[in-house]
Design a protein around this ligand. Structure first.
Ligand SMILES: NC(=O)C1=CN([C@@H]2O[C@H](COP(=O)(O)OP(=O)(O)OC[C@H]3O[C@@H](n4cnc5c(N)ncnc54)[C@H](OP(=O)(O)O)[C@@H]3O)[C@@H](O)[C@H]2O)C=CC1
Ligand SMILES: O=C(O)C1=N[C@H](C(=O)O)C[C@H](O)C1
Length: 242
């Protein structure tokens, strides 16, 4: 039986994954949090999942690489340097990094890519997300992955197209840009809308998460799949065959 180690095991997502493993009767190799040694968890596990903090990611990835243990990274708010570190680690171990492990968002990203590819750039793209009051990063990892899918559909890059800050006299909207807006409040698990705003009409593609169980289910499915893969960097759509 595949043994799964959890970084961030006492957090909201870590606890949702522990519950999911319990329902599946799957094996939990143990967890690590701020005061624990990541190397011990990496050595004990067949595969790791990380839902912790960007501050902890480098140490977790180093431990996974040293132990030759594949790792699913769900932590969001990562820097460009951390993405480069993930690319480097993927030469040695299987790594799947995603801002959202749910089936619904993985399919939504495909739909967004398709819509963006079919519509001209005079259809403005705006991405709106809302999360609970405890979330520390913005825009959400999901909003960024949806933005990347939209940019990809247009043959552009998100780095060139993204507009994150609007306040004061902003000037008119530039064609081809992708705007982001982040709302925070209450206990919202995670809502995302991608709006295609054209002249006289609007298309809105929305996903709403009712519970963290959807992320936990996807994370466990990804971990079980990743445990059998050779070194490389993978995405959720490969896990789900979408
Ligand atoms: N990809 C996806 O599908 C999803 C991703 N997420 C992302 O997962 C991450 C965690 O979210 P959530 O569970 O809500 O957060 P929580 O704050 O509830 O949990 C974070 C966990 O990480 C641990 N942690 C925090 N800082 C460190 C550190 N410096 N070193 C080691 N461990 C640390 C905490 O341990 P301790 O309590 O000991 O400090 C805690 O167990 C976020 O980045 C979030 O955006 C969330 C949902 C879905
Ligand atoms: O922090 C959260 O809670 C979530 N984070 C992920 C993100 O940043 O997109 C996924 C989900 O929306 C919940």
């Amino acid at each position: 039986m595949t043994s799964i180690g959890i970084y961030g095991s006492r957090g909201r997502m870590g606890q949702a994954i522990v519950a999911e493993l319990g329902e599946l009767g799957a094996r939990h190799a143990g967890g690590a949090d701020a005061e624990d040694d990541p190397a011990i968890v990496a050595a004990a596990a067949d595969v790791l999942v990380d839902f912790s903090s960007p501050a902890a990611l480098d140490a977790h990835l180093t431990a996974a690489r040293a132990a030759h243990t594949p790792i699913v990274i769900g932590t969001t708010g990562l820097t460009e340097a951390q993405h480069a570190l993930i690319d480097a680690a993927a030469a040695d171990i299987a790594v799947l990094q995603t801002g959202n492990t749910s089936l619904g968002v993985t399919l939504l990203a495909q739909l967004v890519r398709e819509a963006a590819a079919r519509l001209d750039t005079d259809w403005d793209i705006e991405i709106v997300e809302m999360h609970h009051r405890h979330k520390v990063d913005a825009p959400s990892g999901t909003a960024l992955l949806l933005g990347a899918a939209a940019a990809d559909g247009r043959g552009a890059t998100l780095a060139d197209a993204a507009v994150h800050d609007r306040a004061g006299v902003t000037g008119a909207r530039a064609e081809g840009t992708i705007g982001f807006a982040s709302l925070r409040g209450g206990s919202v698990t995670g809502d995302h809308s991608v709006i295609f705003a054209g002249e006289g009409e609007r298309i809105e593609l929305t996903h709403r998460a009712d519970s963290r169980a959807i992320f936990a289910r996807g994370a466990v499915r990804a971990a079980l799949w990743l445990a059998t893969q050779p070194p490389g960097r993978y995405e959720m759509r490969q896990v789900l065959g979408l």
